[in-house]
Design a protein around this ligand. Sequence first.
Ligand SMILES: Cc1cc2nc3c(=O)[nH]c(=O)nc-3n(C[C@H](O)[C@H](O)[C@H](O)COP(=O)(O)OP(=O)(O)OC[C@H]3O[C@@H](n4cnc5c(N)ncnc54)[C@H](O)[C@@H]3O)c2cc1C
Ligand SMILES: *[C@@H]1O[C@H](CO)[C@@H](O)[C@H](O)[C@H]1NC(C)=O
Ligand SMILES: *[C@@H]1O[C@H](CO)[C@@H](O)[C@H](O)[C@H]1NC(C)=O
Ligand SMILES: *[C@@H]1O[C@H](CO)[C@@H](O)[C@H](O)[C@H]1NC(C)=O
Ligand SMILES: *[C@@H]1O[C@H](CO)[C@@H](O)[C@H](O)[C@H]1NC(C)=O
Ligand SMILES: *[C@@H]1O[C@H](CO)[C@@H](O)[C@H](O)[C@H]1NC(C)=O
Ligand SMILES: *[C@@H]1O[C@H](CO)[C@@H](O)[C@H](O)[C@H]1NC(C)=O
Ligand SMILES: *[C@@H]1O[C@H](CO)[C@@H](O)[C@H](O)[C@H]1NC(C)=O
Length: 499
Amino acid sequence: MVRITSALNIAALVLCAAAQNVTILKQTLSAKGVTAVYQGDSNYSTVSRAFNRRFTISPVAVAFPTTVSQVAAAVAAGTAQKLEVVARSGGHSYIANGLGGNNGALVVDLSKLKAVTVRPSNNTALIETGNRLGDVALALNAKGRALPHGTCPYVGIGGHSGYGGFGFTSRAWGLTLDTVKSAMVVLGNGTIVSTSANVNPDLFWAIRGASPSFGIVTSIEVQTFPAPPSATVFSYNWNNLNISAASTTITAFQTFAASNIPPEFGAELVFGKGSSSGKLSVELTGGYYGAANLFSDIIARYLNAPGMPKPSSKTVTPGSYIDSVKYFAQPQALNTSMAPDGSDNFYTKSLMTPSGSPMSASAVKAFVTYMANQGFSSNTDWFVEVELYGGSNSAINAVPLDSTAFAKRDTLFTIQFYASAPTGATSYPAAGFTFLDGMVSSILNNSPANWNYGAYLNYIDDKLANATTLYYGSHYARLMSLKATWDPKDTFRFPVGVA
Ligand SMILES: Cc1cc2nc3c(=O)[nH]c(=O)nc-3n(C[C@H](O)[C@H](O)[C@H](O)COP(=O)(O)OP(=O)(O)OC[C@H]3O[C@@H](n4cnc5c(N)ncnc54)[C@H](O)[C@@H]3O)c2cc1C
Ligand SMILES: *[C@@H]1O[C@H](CO)[C@@H](O)[C@H](O)[C@H]1NC(C)=O
Ligand SMILES: *[C@@H]1O[C@H](CO)[C@@H](O)[C@H](O)[C@H]1NC(C)=O
Ligand SMILES: *[C@@H]1O[C@H](CO)[C@@H](O)[C@H](O)[C@H]1NC(C)=O
Ligand SMILES: *[C@@H]1O[C@H](CO)[C@@H](O)[C@H](O)[C@H]1NC(C)=O
Ligand SMILES: *[C@@H]1O[C@H](CO)[C@@H](O)[C@H](O)[C@H]1NC(C)=O
Ligand SMILES: *[C@@H]1O[C@H](CO)[C@@H](O)[C@H](O)[C@H]1NC(C)=O
Ligand SMILES: *[C@@H]1O[C@H](CO)[C@@H](O)[C@H](O)[C@H]1NC(C)=O
């Protein structure tokens, strides 16, 4: 779109700037005792740095409230200055939405809200949203409890539980958001409300799938699970598979998933560059949370499927539940107070394949051919994960579609396409975007025109065409209407949000 700069537009800009008075913001936050870092402060660059270094974002300020009422005061102060306000939990948004995604936001950093309380009476846990996944896993495990969630220990529970939350226990226990029983939410006008199936049920629905657009969730009450007595972690590796054999690892995975596999089985296929064009490295990794002696019979059904190549190597390690969480977190530790967070410079896309219409043989072949050929030429550091959401007995898909805002309950695979800038690059290469876009197209161009696929908000991508449909699906109209009720001033606005 071409913008015509007119005297009127300049006048509007000046008005807008006048409405956003940082002096007043500072005075208000200071009067409420809320610590904040502003542009020009010595630690501004540290507190405003994005996990994804592809983004350089300049918020107006980063506030560090220590209580729920300080969160409310910060939000109200931001709204009064017509600023866009965003929560930051772990800061791992792929497009830096925890910093606003665009310049000029007020960031409400939740890292000082760290309580985790397990209540033995009903096995719920009250988790403040400044916690990261590794610390949550440790705190729950200390009481013999566990929660479904992803593998990276530094991901924040705030963003993760707001958009989904997939890990290898999710086929047994659901997504992180499926465990939420109630939540405290700070609205755009600074009001603190509770939400549950009985209290503000429409807001409760919206925050389980689209929370960032509705408010700042300060704590979630989750239903925990007994930490399983045994967890078997596994990794099967195939080096330099040709296109036909690598295609079989996917088609056989689809067939295997539809057979009677138990919910305690969680897995993903991981693809990477081979040592020559036309070749790929493939890994099947995951966790089995049932009795260790049953694992070999289950996995044999996949490994011995027709046409499956023989693995080059494997490791299968039974252990405790928390051992499995530690294993998947490597090389990072679960306790995130020991070392600072990492970072990367990357582009990510996702594609959720519908259970009722798995990828066709021609789509799989085109996809694998693309990874094996274009993937070999690409100078990006890339990988692809084919995560098993569905298949028989999956708790993710057992949840009725309309009971939460999460829009994709018929998913077989969630595929994550991830390409990092080459080591030492100062900026993200343009070829990295075309490489990943082409990879997704290789699947879509060989799939039915009306294929009911989707995309995963926790792998959020601001370059995705038709993002509204792919992310929010049939829930978007209801989300827009609830947005008008609960955030009428559009305080919580950022790329790819509900608008
Ligand atoms: C290394 C790595 C590994 C990952 N592994 C997995 C995985 O195994 N499984 C999986 O499902 N996902 C995974 N993800 C994706 C991850 O779930 C998302 O990036 C998630 O949104 C990050 O949450 P955050 O709180 O760390 O990020 P933030 O950037 O802090 O927040 C993300 C979004 O949520 C909003 N938000 C944060 N806190 C709140 C709150 N309390 N209330 C309302 N809105 C809030 C922010 O404003 C922002 O829009 C991974 C990401 C990375 C970087
Ligand atoms: C911001 O508010 C302060 C305090 O009320 C006032 O002195 C200042 O002129 C305002 N700045 C702008 C740009 O309006
Ligand atoms: C930022 O630096 C100031 C001054 O050095 C310090 O008082 C404050 O605690 C720091 N804030 C954060 C969030 O690190
Ligand atoms: C669980 O127990 C706690 C403490 O007894 C109580 O506050 C909470 O409301 C209960 N939650 C549910 C979902 O029953
Ligand atoms: C992490 O380690 C610190 C320092 O030893 C400790 O105080 C804290 O309780 C640990 N956190 C968890 C969740 O175990
Ligand atoms: C591809 O690899 C498989 C097993 O790894 C082998 O059986 C097959 O002959 C190979 N195909 C071609 C065309 O090289
Ligand atoms: C976007 O989604 C709608 C609804 O499914 C569909 O009709 C339309 O063709 C899609 N557009 C593109 C460009 O994919
Ligand atoms: C705050 O916003 C909510 C949701 O829009 C509304 O119901 C409530 O009345 C507002 N409170 C005040 C004090 O304006």
